[in-house]
Design a protein around this ligand. Structure first.
Ligand SMILES: [Zn+2]
Length: 232
């Protein structure tokens, strides 16, 4: 899902902004039913920032005192509900022992889930969040959800904020069907080294050596702490 530009434009000064990754859903041109199957469009945009501007990573500090100081270009993505941005970090939540029939039925009634694939052995949704955020590019996508087997549901997102929101929404929609607690894995996204302009892991290791870390993330703990939390 996350495909970085292989080379970074040399004329851009990496100290003068952040890299923002967007994913949109939009209807297939000319489709009989404009809402199925649709297509995903993704883009990386460089967002210029002044030192005094609030940093877009969600820290509330001035950019000059925050991500501008990092030795790599920070990548961010928008939060669900059209509310700010967060650093990109890849999260995967696996729910084992789910009721696939109930999931198909319940999620089909909710606008925050967009069914994008439904064939034997392949059922998948995009998480649109709440409220749904739209632009001229299409409807923003904040995560992917798939039934990997009749008993296993897997959610993948690109930030901790998205992971918390998606898992929270899943819990609200499915808790009465005995949704199990997820096993959550996380790994940092690649970043661009400001000196070499090459893709590296945030710690500076070369590309491709990072594995899923498997630690219980703050997202997982937050989810576990408030299993019965409801919004509205
Ligand atoms: Zn920052």
């Amino acid at each position: 899902m996350l495909k970085y530009p292989t080379s970074f434009p040399m004329q851009i000064d990496m100290n003068e902004g952040l890299l923002c990754f967007y994913v949109f859903w939009r209807p297939e041109p000319g489709a009989a039913n404009p809402y199925m199957p649709g297509q995903k469009h993704q883009s990386f945009n460089f967002v210029p920032l002044r030192r005094v501007d609030p940093c877009r990573c969600g820290s509330d500090r001035p950019f000059g005192d925050c991500c501008r100081l990092k030795p790599y270009l920070q990548s961010i993505c928008p939060n669900p509900g059209c509310s700010g941005f967060s650093p990109i970090q890849q999260f995967s939540s696996t729910f084992d022992g789910v009721d696939a029939t109930a999931i198909r039925k319940v999620l089909g009634d909710k606008s925050r889930w967009k069914l994008v694939q439904d064939s034997p052995g392949q059922t998948a949704w995009i998480y649109w969040g709440e409220p749904i955020c739209e632009s001229k590019e299409g409807i923003y996508c904040f995560g992917d959800l798939a039934l990997r087997s009749p008993r296993t549901l897997v959610a993948t997102t690109l930030s901790e904020t998205r992971s918390i929101a998606l898992n929270d929404a899943l819990h609200r929609d499915l808790t009465k069907f005995g949704l199990p607690e997820p096993t959550i894995f996380s790994k940092p996204a690649l970043v661009y080294d400001k000196v070499t302009k090459e893709l590296v892991t945030p710690g500076g290791e070369s590309r491709g050596v990072n594995a899923w870390t498997g630690w219980a993330s703050r997202a997982g703990n937050a989810w576990a702490r408030k299993p019965r939390r409801r919004r509205r």
